[in-house]
Design a protein around this ligand. Structure first.
Ligand code: DAH
Length: 353
């Protein structure tokens, strides 16, 4: 029978096409072409009515056989292709565990923090405690309570960032704000004198801000450590002994110190302290600009009027105070020529310390 022969050929062709389908999309095309709604095999079933009655059973049986065989082959091929596709996608996404790993860069403690802690540690060893104060401060604590009232010329020694008050307060709107970014940690002295029991032995590390352009020896934000001692019978001798001990602890026991008379509004007498140059040992070199000495801090005996303003009786108590620039100490200790290097976050620089 011609039709049965045709069906055999269709069967063979379809099985070959199924085998040749390279992926599930190609396989689906074969399915649609042969057993889909208008597929070639489906057409035989549709046209059954046109076949002679006596042949219908034989042809029908042959069509069904071919259809079953084709559907079975489609199903088997579909499974095989799906498995292969899944495996390929897993392979593509696989991690190559034989590749060398990427090294994570470990950070280091920043030099500013290290030196700051080192300085505080020297004083903790002497029985001091660490105090802190606000970075956004009022005019009173930053200047007035430190003997620099509004019209005092010493205020212009420190270019100041004032904080604009947006509350609508008229004076603030005119730019006469009394809130500012502290220019010195000395305001912490006042907070401590107001809040703490006597005697006081504190160091206060923290950030300070000045309206300065960054250059090798200035930064608009830097770190200071304030020191304050208030007790009965404190003399300039105590100040000298303490700060000489501090300089030797930080820079080395062979270093010398020198006290030069200076002016600060809140101390009387006041001094600046120099430490002998570690590069030339006093001979004079580029590091110390030929002087043999490096200036490292300001200090003095707390002015009796400052004690009085904070409610301490200067007839009973006396004290000394000092302020150290941490970045400056760090640079002098490690011969860093430019303060700005400390703030650039360059790991090649920072990792050296
Ligand atoms: N506050 C001063 C400054 O920033 C440094 C200073 C000097 C602090 C003398 C003191 C001091 O406590 O007694 O320039």
């Amino acid at each position: 029978m011609a039709i049965v022969e045709e069906l055999k050929a269709l069967h063979a062709d379809t099985l070959a096409a199924i085998e040749a389908a390279a992926d599930t999309t190609a396989l689906d095309e074969v399915r649609v072409r042969v057993v889909g709604k208008s597929g070639t095999l489906t057409a035989y079933l549709r046209n059954m009515g046109a076949i002679a009655k006596e042949e219908r059973a034989t042809v029908g049986k042959a069509v069904n056989q071919v259809r079953n065989a084709v559907e079975e082959a489609l199903e088997a091929r579909k499974k095989a292709l799906a498995t292969a596709e899944l495996e390929a996608s897993i392979d593509a996404a696989a991690v190559d565990i034989t590749l060398p790993g990427r090294v994570q860069q470990l950070g280091t403690r920043h030099l500013i923090n290290r030196v700051s802690e080192e300085i505080c540690d020297v004083f903790l060893g002497l029985g001091y405690t660490v105090a802190t104060g606000p970075e956004v401060e009022t005019d009173y604590y930053n200047f007035t309570a430190l003997n620099a009232p509004a019209d005092h010329p010493s205020r212009s020694m420190q270019d100041t960032f004032y904080v604009r008050d947006l509350s609508g307060d008229e004076a603030a709107v005119r730019g006469e704000s009394d809130v500012l970014l502290r220019t010195q940690t000395s305001g912490v002295q006042v907070h401590c004198m107001e809040d703490q029991e006597l005697p006081i032995y504190i160091v206060a590390p923290g950030k300070v801000f000045r309206r300065d352009v960054a250059d090798p020896s200035h930064l608009p934000q830097f770190t200071q450590i304030e020191g304050l001692v208030i007790d009965k019978g404190i003399t300039f001798g105590d100040l000298k002994g303490t700060l000489d001990y501090f300089c030797k602890a930080v820079f080395g026991s062979e270093r010398k110190t020198r006290f030069r008379a200076h002016y600060f509004p809140f101390t009387e007498p006041s001094a600046e302290v120099d430490v002998s140059c570690g590069v030339c040992h006093g001979e004079g070199c580029r590091m110390c600009k030929g002087t043999g000495w490096l200036e490292i801090l300001g200090c003095g005996m707390v002015d009796p009027h400052v004690l009085e303003m904070s409610g301490i009786d200067p007839e009973v108590y006396s004290g000394f105070a000092f302020g150290v620039g941490v970045e400056r100490v760090a640079c002098l200790k490690y011969n860093v020529p430019d303060l700005r290097l400390l703030l650039q976050g360059d790991m090649r620089f920072l990792r050296q310390f």
